[in-house]
Design a protein around this ligand. Structure first.
Ligand SMILES: Nc1nc2c(ncn2[C@@H]2O[C@H](COP(=O)(O)OP(=O)(O)OP(=O)(O)O)[C@@H](O)[C@H]2O)c(=O)[nH]1
Length: 826
């Protein structure tokens, strides 16, 4: 760090009250060096000085605009000042005490010329913030500068730049310069007026913002010439200059006062009348700081209406235009600035908004309902817009509004997918909730389907509407933030789910009714089949009809709460009838299976053949007409087979009829194929024959058995045979009794018998004896059979050419068989 910088740092730490005193105390370095040193300190330290007395060279010797102005304004604390700031510039010949005046008036820190060297101090344009006031003060390089010589280009540009950007332009001149054309910079003023008119003269008429106050400060005013005279001279000079301007045709009759207000003040000699100078300066200062002062200079009409945060950009734009000698169109500059700044502000607001929205985007995309999303979206939106409004509303109104609309559209287009996603998620969640609500409500027995459905429906609609309303709060319906379509879609889906539930419930109900119907049918039909009567089918069908009627009325009663349509009822009833019929037919099938039918035929036959009319078992005696009884019982039993063979009631109206199903979905299994007419047939013709044949065989066996029982009763020994035996065996009995050996044997036998009885061995002995006897008998019978057996006995129903015998043939054959059998037995 060089000495200059070090020294400047020291000065910064303890800012001087009077620059002149510092100059005296310093080692003779110029204030320009001090200013440069301040700037260097800032750049060396890598930050912009933050003190309000920091100065910045906004345009340097090379006519370049600084890049640090925005940052400097920021560090002056003016970034958010909006329009609450003012700009003043000083314009005048070199070394006329401009910097001195500014420092006194605004407490700034501009460098002041070294008296000893009388060198130009201010190069380019410098800016400093007024102490304790929101005033940006510009110290402009002096006109007629010795250093620049004949090059008046910079002076003109600097003057035009100052005029375009400041509200008050102080024209600083010595009293003795008044009336001099060059000395008072009148030539330069003329050029500036001319350019000013050409550039933004037309716009000035449209709006008041381009008016500027020209404050003529007459320095070293001795007082010998009254200020009014000097003012008169200057005004006359200005008007003369104005009249001599070559004005554009459209502003040919424009007057000086249309664009500029003029003010005049004089200041005593700073050295010769130091006290008077100080007090006058203080008076003048009041007009810059005291808004209540009558002559307050910073009237709102002079404000360029550039928000403080855009000043740097605006000035840079103006300087660029001035530099490149392009048309300086201030309104356009303002618009361009507004566009740039509004874009910047908008993108900052949007970036912050996107950051907030991002946190909730993922959950919505993954199908979750984000609680209070509408409120969140509204708050993000409001925050972004109010941030934009706060910073951008001070700019050009048209641009501000346009950019605001763009920002709003961007925000809405970013929020809309979230809203739509949220709607879909609510829809999904509500549908799931509706399903579980239905499932829960339909548990148990005592529910009313219609009530459960309507309450679940109402709940789902309310939930959806509440959620959707909340989510839609952040947007407008006309911008696509509508949820009515989604609600309609939800209603349709809810209805479809309800229909599905109703269909399932109806099926369940039909199944339950069917189960109970099966139970109700089974028992009465079984009873009817135990004692079959010729009108069995009438009774069965009446039972079927009654049970079905009960089931139907039960269904209809329940179906009321299901809100089933007439079509659905018709279809369900038809299903119920068919199932009832199928159940009945299955039961009949069970009761008419081969084994059951044959058993029933046997029972029927037995009851008739083996029992008399009183139900007492018959003992066949030789005189009984077995044949007639057999024929009667057999024929009556055989009549049952055709009765069983077909469901054929006497009253034909009992036969049910079935309509075509209402809806005819393709049958899913064999069960679904319903053929009523074939279900009426129980036994086909072949089955009838088969059953008859099998029954006859059984009946024949009974017949043979009956015959046999009569033969065995005939084969018993008559009583008189026992008398014959006594007579014929008397001698043998006596011989035994009187023969000691035989008698002893007899006694032994009797004793043995007695012991056997005593030991309880009679039963087992008899058992053994019986078994032996049976075996002997069996063997004997077998031998006899082998001896006398005829092949026809094993085939009691020989096949005839006609396939069956008639009853007369049968009877003859049976008679012959019976007598032959008897003969053989005898
Ligand atoms: N006679 C007189 N001298 C003054 C007055 N004010 C300041 N000075 C002196 O004039 C000299 C120039 O002062 P500056 O304030 O640097 O003048 P300037 O116009 O800013 O100079 P440049 O920036 O170089 O154009 C200094 O030596 C001051 O002391 C004044 O009212 N009367």
């Amino acid at each position: 760090m060089d000495m200059n910088v070090q020294s400047a740092q020291n000065l910064l730490r303890d800012p001087p009250k009077d620059i002149k005193e510092i100059m005296d105390a310093s080692t003779g370095q110029t204030k320009a060096a001090l200013d440069v040193a301040r700037a260097n300190v800032a750049s060396i330290n890598g930050h912009t000085p933050s003190g309000s007395k920091e100065i910045i060279q906004i345009i340097n010797d090379e006519k370049e605009f600084t890049k640090d102005l925005a940052q400097q304004i920021n560090s002056w604390g003016l970034r958010d000042a909006g329009f609450g700031y003012d700009i003043v510039a000083v314009f005048g010949s070199q070394s006329t005490g401009k910097s001195t005046l500014l420092n006194r008036l605004f407490g700034t820190n501009f460098g002041v010329m070294d008296e000893a060297k009388r060198q130009q101090t201010t190069k380019g344009i410098w800016m400093c913030k007024g102490s304790d006031m929101n005033v940006l003060v510009m110290d402009v390089e002096g006109a007629d500068g010795r250093e620049r010589g004949e090059d008046q280009d910079f002076e003109r540009k600097a003057a035009l730049f100052s005029l375009a950007s400041s509200e008050v332009m102080i024209v600083n001149l010595w009293e003795h310069q008044v009336g001099l054309y060059q000395g008072a910079n009148m030539g330069l003023l003329k050029t500036v007026f001319e350019v000013n008119l050409g550039l933004f003269g037309k716009r000035t008429k449209d709006g008041p913002n381009q008016r500027t106050l020209l404050l003529f400060v007459i320095r070293d005013h001795l007082g010998t010439t009254p200020l009014s005279n000097l003012q008169q001279t200057l005004t006359t000079d200005l008007l003369r200059i104005w009249d001599s301007l070559s004005k554009p045709s459209e502003v040919a009759d424009a007057k000086l006062e249309d664009y500029f207000d003029l003010a005049f003040t004089g200041l005593p000699h700073k050295i010769l009348a130091a006290d008077a100078f100080e007090s006058e300066v203080q008076e003048l200062r009041k007009k810059f700081v005291d808004k209540t002062n009558e002559g307050y200079y910073f009237k709102s009409g002079y404000h360029k209406r550039i928000p403080a945060d855009g000043v740097a950009l605006y000035m840079e734009g103006i300087w660029e235009q001035v530099q490149s000698n392009k048309d300086l169109d201030l309104p356009t500059q303002q618009e361009l600035l507004a566009q740039f700044r509004c874009d910047e502000i908008s993108s900052v607001a949007l970036e912050e908004f996107n950051l907030q929205a991002k946190s909730r985007r993922r959950p919505v995309e993954t199908g979750n309902v984000v609680e209070g999303l509408g409120k969140l979206m509204s708050s993000w939106k409001t925050t972004a817009l109010s941030r934009y409004d706060r910073d951008a509303s001070r700019y050009h109104n048209g641009v501000y509004s346009r950019k605001r609309a763009e920002l709003l559209a961007a925000i809405d287009s970013s929020l809309l997918p979230l809203f739509v996603g949220q709607l879909k998620n609510i829809h999904k969640a509500v549908l799931v909730e509706f399903k579980s609500e239905l499932a829960l409500g339909l548990q148990g027995e005592s529910y009313n389907f219609a009530e459960v459905v309507s309450s679940a429906k109402a709940k789902s609609e309310t939930n959806f509407s509440e959620g959707a309303k909340e989510a839609a709060a952040a947007g407008n319906e006309q911008d696509g933030w509508s949820w009515t379509e989604e609600l309609e879609l939800l209603r349709e889906e809810v209805q479809a789910v309800a229909d599905q539930f109703r269909s399932d419930e109806t099926k369940k109900m039909v199944n339950a009714i069917e189960r109970s119907l099966k139970r109700q049918i089974a028992e009465p039909v079984e009873v009817l089949f135990i004692k079959p009567t010729p009108d069995i089918w009438d009774s069965v069908l009446i039972t079927y009809r009654d049970v079905l009627l009960t089931a139907e009325s039960k269904y209809l009663q329940k179906a009321k709460s299901f809100n089933c349509t007439a079509e659905e009822n018709k279809s369900s009833l038809e299903t119920l009838r068919r199932r009832a019929w199928t159940a009945l037919r299955t039961k009949i099938g069970e009761l008419t299976s081969d084994t059951v039918v044959l058993g029933r035929l046997r029972t029927q036959f037995e009851e008739q053949f083996r029992y008399d009319v009183h139900g007492v078992p018959r003992v066949w005696k030789p005189g009984d007409d077995i044949d007639a009884a057999f024929r009667k019982a057999r024929d009556e039993t055989l009549e049952l087979i055709p009765l069983y063979a077909k469901i054929n009631p006497k009253d034909e109206s009992l036969v049910p009829s079935f309509n075509d199903p209402v809806s005819t979905p393709a049958p899913t299994s064999d069960e679904d194929i319903f053929d009523f007419s074939s279900s009426l047939v129980i036994f086909p013709e072949t089955k009838i024959i088969d059953l008859s044949t099998r029954f006859r065989r059984d009946a024949d066996a009974y017949y043979v058995e009956a015959k046999r029982s009569m033969v065995s009763s005939i084969a018993q020994i008559p009583l008189w045979m026992y008398g014959v035996l006594v007579v014929l065996g008397w001698n043998e009995a006596m011989a035994v009794l009187f023969n000691p050996l035989y008698f002893t044997l007899l006694l032994i036998s009797v004793a043995g018998a007695w012991i056997t009885i005593q030991l309880g061995l009679v039963g087992p002995l008899f058992q053994v004896a019986r078994t032996v006897t049976n075996e002997v008998q069996r063997q004997a019978t077998k031998k006899l059979r082998e001896q006398f057996a005829e092949p026809q006995l094993n085939a009691p129903i020989p096949a005839s050419s006609g396939g069956s015998r008639n009853s007369t043939q049968e009877e003859d054959w049976e008679d012959k068989e019976a007598s032959r059998y008897e003969r053989k037995l005898r």
